[in-house]
Design a protein around this ligand. Structure first.
Ligand SMILES: Nc1ncnc2c1ncn2[C@@H]1O[C@H](COP(=O)(O)OP(=O)(O)OP(=O)(O)O)[C@@H](O)[C@H]1O
Length: 242
């Protein structure tokens, strides 16, 4: 069943009039052209849209990796768009977990050590082994990235992202480099974390099938939000196929 996204749910992000223009020499690239979006506590949203529609730009701005050209974003009661660099660094470190298409693990560190890199600088972290258990990798804790499959490495990256108990998990094409079976294991880990920790989760994908897992599906095209659907029922990751 989809979560009840009644208006009384806490608003985690409130973005208004977000534009982003990249200046490339003589050319201006309009990545976002006036985006208004609210994201609610604990929800699972999927961002769908063609290449170049602005999905990554929006996610990077929400995660404090980039800033908009115009517009405002509030995160809970704080105005993210007024943060200075130090405040953005603290925001990212304390509140946001990131998962990217490529896992960015340190090859010379084991799974446990890759996760510990983050828990050592976090305020209220899980034990790295606990985080690796959440993604079903507890038998691989002492393995190096080269000894793991792509899906296993991505699950280490997810464990690393969630070990600091972030309020928000932002995933940019987390299954883009994986086959179906492995991709489903990765999505299952993301879904379990959303449900067990109540982490507000946004997943970018080109794969429309993954939208069936979401509470809400946000469609982007040409730097605009062109539609938002709420799923009345949502599927478990293991029910998906593509
Ligand atoms: N750092 C940058 N410098 C210049 N242009 C950029 C930059 N990042 C993104 N763009 C441009 O902004 C537009 C939106 O890009 P964005 O990566 O947000 O789209 P996307 O929907 O995530 O695409 P994809 O699905 O291919 O990842 C594109 O035209 C892209 O080329």
């Amino acid at each position: 069943m989809a979560k009840n996204l009644a208006p009384q749910l806490e608003t985690v992000f409130s973005a208004r009039g977000i534009t982003k223009v990249y200046h490339m020499g003589e050319v201006d690239v309009h990545a976002l052209r006036g985006v208004d979006l609210d994201l609610y506590s604990g929800e699972f949203v999927v961002l769908l849209g063609p290449s170049g529609s602005g999905k990554s730009t929006l996610l990077n701005i929400l995660g404090g990796l980039d800033s908009p050209s115009e517009g405002t974003i509030t995160y809970r009661d704080k105005k993210l768009t007024s943060f200075d660099d130090a405040e953005l660094t603290s925001y990212r470190r304390d509140h946001v977990g990131f998962v990217f298409q490529f896992y960015n693990l340190i090859p010379s560190l084991t799974a446990r050590e890759n996760v510990a890199l983050i828990t050592e600088i976090s305020r209220n972290p899980m034990d790295p082994v606990e985080a690796l258990k959440m993604v079903n990798l507890h038998e691989r804790i002492d393995h190096f990235p080269a000894q793991m499959s792509g899906g296993e490495q991505q699950r280490v990256a997810i464990a690393r992202a969630v070990a600091k108990r972030p309020a928000v998990l932002l995933c940019d094409e987390p299954t883009g480099a994986l086959d179906v079976e492995t991709g489903i294991l990765v999505l299952d880990a993301i879904q379990r974390i959303n449900e067990d920790l109540g982490t507000t989760t946004a997943v970018i994908t080109h794969n429309a099938v993954i939208a069936d897992m979401a509470d809400r599906v946000i469609h982007l095209s040409g730097g605009h939000i062109t539609g938002i659907e709420q799923n009345s029922t949502k599927k478990a990751a293991h029910e998906l196929t593509w």
